[in-house]
Design a protein around this ligand. Structure first.
Ligand code: PLP
Length: 361
């Protein structure tokens, strides 16, 4: 089996696994404490959570705080639903190719939502007009389907000038590149070799939010519920490792990208060739039956469009938004690779996929 679906999730780093084990029970059985208990066992667990918080905070710009959540989806819900402008029913503006965590949440809010269009390269125009009286803008740093990197710095500056809060879904960027400035930033541990079931929302100092989950008042009153020290420790270790290895990982991904372009030379690239994260190769071929391809090349774990879209069987909303025809979108596949992918795995996978595609001619 060759795993090429790094946008859906990434393999757990051994360092993150090791950090978690101590706080599941630990070799001496003292790692199971409730981090919110006042006694020694609790305080030890709390110290692990706070160390993890600092490690995760290092991913973000200075001047903010980290709130642990159960996923990036929850972090995005907290940022959008919990914000003053959204609660006041002010207009929202989001990128046209946001993840459904942002799109569906924005559409569920009382204010009107405007989609900021993208061009054929899947890039937003930083000069595109924002709606009158906009209260909140949300744009992702790296797109999960086609890997394009949005002009976040310009969009953040324009949102501030318009008096709006700016939220960034940095799920596909965190741990891979420096995160851009924003008012709130959502990330997910399992996309950078941490465990599933934990995400975080970074909130710039001075920004007030209303909690979505009330109860014991944990996470500074913004997200009640007992934290899992093991998940926090795993996320912290994964963040620390990703930061330490950022250049090395990027160089490895660039090498894989160059080889992948050679291997799939007859295929068309979806999304920008330059303004992108290179661990995401979304390509298409005319007349390709992707369902059949995935079954014939079943030893390779890859995705049709996006993991979510492939479950629904509908052509990807993102590929349609960048102007692909239904046939082009249906003939597209996404290969995601990263830190633990070897060149030889990529080459073997490409052979299997190309052989399976050739059988359809
Ligand atoms: N945003 C983007 C861009 C994603 O790729 C994903 C996961 O696929 C999410 C949000 C949701 O993250 P989580 O799995 O932590 O809820």
């Amino acid at each position: 089996m060759i795993y090429l679906d790094y946008q859906a999730t990434t393999p757990l780093a051994p360092e993150a696994r090791e950090a978690m084990l101590r706080w599941l029970d630990g070799p001496d059985g003292t790692g199971f404490g409730n981090p919110h208990s006042a006694h020694r066992l609790g305080r030890r667990a709390e110290a692990a959570v706070e160390l993890a918080r600092d490690q995760v905070a290092a991913l973000f710009p200075p001047g903010g705080r980290v709130i642990f959540t159960g996923s990036a989806t929850e972090a995005i819900n907290l940022a959008l639903r919990g914000s003053e402008p959204a609660r006041a029913g002010k207009p929202l503006a989001i990128g046209a190719i946001e993840h459904s965590a942002v799109l569906d949440t924005a559409l569920d809010l009382p204010g009107e939502t405007t989609l900021l269009p993208v061009d054929r390269e899947a890039l937003l125009d930083p000069q595109a007009p924002l709606p009158e009286g906009v209260g909140l803008v949300s744009v992702m740093q790296v797109n999960n389907e086609v890997g394009t990197v949005q002009p976040i710095a310009e969009l953040y500056a324009r949102s501030k000038a318009a008096g709006a809060l700016f939220v960034c879904d940095a799920v596909q960027a965190a741990g891979k590149m420096p995160l851009a400035e924003a008012d709130m930033i959502a990330v997910s541990a399992h996309k950078f070799h941490g465990p599933k079931g934990i995400g975080a929302l970074w909130i710039r100092d001075g920004i007030a939010l209303h909690p979505l989950i009330t109860g014991g008042g944990q996470e500074q009153g913004l997200r009640s519920g007992t934290l899992s020290p093991a998940l926090c420790a795993g996320m912290g270790a994964a963040a620390q490792l990703a930061l330490a290895r950022m250049e090395q990982d990027a160089a490895h991904v660039a090498l894989l990208w160059d080889r992948a372009l050679e291997l799939f030379s007859g295929w068309r690239l979806n999304g920008s060739a330059d303004r992108r994260y290179k661990g995401n190769l979304n390509i298409r071929r005319e007349g390709l039956d992707v369902g059949r391809l995935m079954s014939d090349a079943r030893e390779v774990m890859f995705s049709a469009g996006s993991a979510c879209a492939s479950e629904s069987g509908k052509p990807s909303r993102i590929l349609s938004a960048i102007g692909l025809t239904q046939a082009e979108a249906r003939g597209s596949i996404r290969l995601g690779f990263g830190r633990y992918t070897t060149l030889s795995e990529l080459e073997q996978a490409a052979d299997m996929i190309k052989d399976a595609a050739a059988q359809q001619e």
